[in-house]
Design a protein around this ligand. Sequence first.
Ligand code: NAD
Length: 479
Amino acid sequence: MTNIFEYAPAPESRAIVDIKPSYGLFINGEFVDGNGTSFKTVNPATEEVLAEVAEATDADVDEAVKAARRAYTRVWSRMSGAERAKYLYRIARIIQERGRELAVLESIDNGKPIKESRDVDVPIVAAHFFYYAGWADKLKYSGYGETPLGVAGQVIPWNFPLLMLAWKIAPALACGNTVVLKPAETTPLTALLFAEICQQADLPPGVVNIVTGAGDTGRAIVSHPDVDKVAFTGSTEVGKAIARAVAGSDKKVTLELGGKAANIVFDDAPLDQAVEGIVNGIFFNQGHVCCAGSRLLVQESVADEVMDRLKRRMATLRVGDPLDKNTDVGAINSAEQLAKIRELSQVGEDEGAERWSAPCDLPANGYWFAPTVFTGVSQAHRIAREEIFGPVLSVLTFRTPSEAVEKANNTPFGLSAGVWTDKGSRILSMANRLRAGVVWANTFNKFDPTSPFGGYKESGYGREGGRHGLEAYLKGADA
Ligand code: NAD
C-alpha cells in the first residue's frame, strides 16, 4: 500500500513550448543569421542543451542600431502616443494569452520554479506593458516632457530575463524611443519568444531589435555612437565599466546594479509572518535577486526563537525540478554562478561563521545549492558585505533601532531593505533612516509597475517603474 504522505510531483508539461534547434538575431522585424558564431543555452536543471543561439558581432549590432534609428525617425517618434499605446496594449494582451508558454520557457532556460515564473514574472511583465501603455498618450502630465531620446541600448541580466526586458522595453516604447536589447547569454530564449510576440503584434520593423551574445555584444551596444540612451541591469562591476565607457558622451544612462539588503526583524514583529518574509526575501528565485534580503538583522532578544522557526521552515522547502508546481527553490542558473556561491560560502566557513543547510536531496544532474543560513556573522565577514546572489542568508543581531540602522547602512549597496515590527511609527522612522531605494514594511520582494524601483550608492542610479521610470526615456520638461 502506498504511503499517503509519499511525495507526488505535479510537473507542468513542456509540450506547450516549441524550442527551435537554433536562433538568429531579431533585427528590423525579422530573424537573421548574423555574422558571428553561436553559443549554447542549457537547461540548468538538467544540463540539457536547449538551442544554439547567434552571437552578435559589432557589425550585427550596427545593423540593429541602424534599424532602430530608421524606425525611430520614420515611424515610431512620429506616431501619436495613442497609436503607440495600441501596440503596447496588444503586446500586453498577447503576453497574457501566451503566458503559460512564456512561463514554461522561462523556467526551462533559467531554472526558476514554475510557480514563480507563472504567478510572479509573467503577470508582472504583462502588467508592466499595460501600465506604460496607459502613459503613452499622457506624457504631457509626466513632468518630464514628451520628447523621446531616440535609440535606447539595453542590456539585461539572467535572473529575471523576461521581467527585466519588460522593465526596459515598455517605458522606452511608450515614450517614443526604439530599442536594441541584449538578453543575458545564459537566458536568451524568452527574449527571442518576445521577438515573435512583436511580430504577432505587427509592431513596425526596427522598433524592437533583440541581439544575443555575451559581454562583447553588450559592450558594442553601449559604446555604439548612435545609441542615445543606455539602460543596464547587472553587476556593479560591469555597471562601473559601462559608466566609464560612456563618460564624456551625451548618452543618458541608468544603472540598476547589485544589492545586499538588510531584512530587519524587531522583537515585537509577528514572528511566523516574519519567518515567511525572511524565506521569501532570500530563497525566492534561488536568491538570484538584486534586492534579496541576504542580511537578516534580528533583534537579540528573539534571535534564538527566530532561528529555530526559520530552520524548521527551511527544512520544508522543496528543492528540485523547476517545472514541478510544488517546487519552492529551483536550479542555480549556471555552473559559473554555482561556483561563485560555493566559493563565497566556503569563505563564510573559513571566516568562522556557523553554516546550516536545509536537509534536502539534490538532483544528480544540473546546478543545485541547498538553502543555507550562516549565523555568528560579523560586519567584517565577506558574506556580510559581498553579494552572493544565491540561496545563502547571513544572520547578524542588534539590540537597538539605531544599531539596526547603522548595521543596515554599513554596506556599499543601497537597493532595498525590509522592516518587521508591530509599530507603525517605527516603520516610518526606520524607512527615513535606511539608505535604500525601496523599503518594505512587514513584507518583502513585492513589485508593482506603478512603483519606482532603483538604488543608491553602488546599487546604481535612475528608477524603473512608475511615473519616475519615464524620466529615463524623455528629454525633460524643458526640451
Ligand atoms: P553581469 O553584469 O555579469 O551581466 C549583465 C549583462 O551585462 C549580461 O547581459 C552580460 O552579457 C552583459 N555584459 C557583461 N559585460 C559587459 C560589458 N562590459 N558591457 C556591456 N554589457 C556587458 O550580471 P549578471 O551576473 O548577469 O547579473 C547579476 C547581477 O545583476 C547581480 O549583481 C544583480 O544584483 C544585478 N541585478 C540588479 C538588478 C537591479 O534592478 N538593480 C536587477 C537584477 C539583477
